[in-house]
Write a protein that binds this ligand. Sequence first.
Ligand code: PMP
Length: 456
Amino acid sequence: MSENDLSHIVEADRAHVWHHLVQHRVFDARDPRIIVEGKGMSVWDQNGRQFLDALSGGVWTVNVGYGRESIANAVRDQLMKINYFAGSAGSIPGARFAERLISKMPGMSRVYYCNSGSEANEKAFKMVRQIAARRYGGKKHKILFRERDYHGTTITALSACGQPQRAEQYGPFTPGFVEVPHCLEYRKQWDVENYGERAADAIEEVILREGPDTVGAICLEPITAGGGVITPPEGYWQRVQEICRKYDVLLHIDEVVCGVGRTGKWFGYQNYGIEPDMVTMAKGVASGYAAIACLVTTEAVFDMFREDAADPMSYFRDISTFGGCTAGPAAALENMRIIEDEGLLENTQVMGARLMEGLQALKDKHAMVGDVRGAGLFAGAELVADRETREPLAEARVQAVIAACDAEGVLVGMTNRSLPGFNNTLCFSPALIATADDIDHILATVDGALTRVAAA
Ligand code: PMP
């Protein structure tokens, strides 16, 4: 048996790989799935089984689909020229991608390269702290985050985590992070007509409680992803923006999931007319062809770090070793070209509407579907045990729906497996190249799975 023999690979994986997000005692009892190949919307496992991937690589990442030769070529060509150089030197793809990215983000100006969503968010938090230290004598250092939002896996990103079970047992946390209420109308916290404005007013209440002179920034997902695919209600974002301006609070938008086409706009915030001060992005930037994340700021934020050339403490004293990899921006540049030249934003809008219509029809048909939400090719269907009480469907039954889809060769997911209160929403984030047939196939498979689980 050779080292590359697939049965050997399976054993090596079982013996030595510590997988993400699994309880290995349960996981080890099953045959591991090794994904060996991908093309377009499909992936193949070690047994040659084909799956239609409605998740873009498990965690809404592979926006342009699998097997993109032009990205592989762009990366290869770049690596053979110069693969890496870090510190203050620039690179050709780094400069070109920054220029291209900023052209899609009116009002934004500077791109800071790093490797993961967590890292980009941490860097934004550091900027807020440094601005507080330099401009406000350290006072305006608090950072608000929202119940149900997620910003990454490091200890400080978990300090800004609105999903308590993710953070539990990893404390003590970084101080100075304060939670504001979520805005999911289906899980109402106020009985009012104008729910969006009310949910945003809750942010103002927190700012007033904490003291406006202590709050430096708020970090929000434009559409909460893992916390339940929460599209904000009408009026929410406009009010959030007003509140940020009123209290001089920087608005940091976490586009790690929504960024680069997922919602049918380049960025999720562009659906709502928001003018952010800082934007972080990762997954879709290079569709997983290379590890790259970006923190993008306005010129005003950038300016605060070059006010005093004589002061050695005045600039952003931060580095990311692999922020100097050129494969990331080379892949990102080609990824963006593909989205533009193939009209994938338009396709996402059209196919997203088809997906949402289909999910609405499933809601009409199946009592188990309590609410459907989403934008573009980013959608969620919240499953309930009881339509009236809205009691969440038990995780095991949500898992059964996913397993039934898997058995039919379609990969769908759920929000935050094993996190009670967050794990009852089915997720859909197919690649932006999805066709009408792909969408219809996904919907028909979910329809069958819901019927089977309801009958079981
Ligand atoms: N922000 C959001 C909204 C995310 O969904 C994630 C990852 N799922 C992150 C940040 C963290 O990104 P990464 O895993 O690349 O660190």
